[in-house]
Design a protein around this ligand. Structure first.
Ligand SMILES: [Zn+2]
Length: 88
């Protein structure tokens, strides 16, 4: 039993929780498509601290939390929209 404890968190998830993460991802995806030219590649959304994978208009993939994307207007990859030092 004990050696399996590492994997328990993955099995604890109920079907509803899995489904919800897809629903959230769909909502985030809609927001991304309406409010930016980037696309969301991540298909599951688990919360504000999760890094989501986006595709920039230049073709590059970049990772960002939805909070940063939404509230800090970080809606492109770091090449198209270099980060200001003060943001991080
Ligand atoms: Zn770019």
């Amino acid at each position: 039993m004990r050696k399996h404890s590492l994997f328990l968190p993955f099995f604890r998830k109920t079907r509803n929780e899995v489904k919800l993460s897809y629903v959230y991802a769909t909502l985030v995806k809609e927001y991304v498509e309406k409010n930016s030219d980037s696309k969301l590649l991540t298909t599951e959304y688990h919360g504000f601290s999760q890094k989501l994978l986006f595709k920039c208009t230049c073709g590059a993939n970049f990772e960002k939390t939805f909070t940063k994307f939404k509230n800090k207007n970080q809606r492109k990859c770091e090449v198209c929209q270099p980060l200001k030092e003060s943001i991080e």
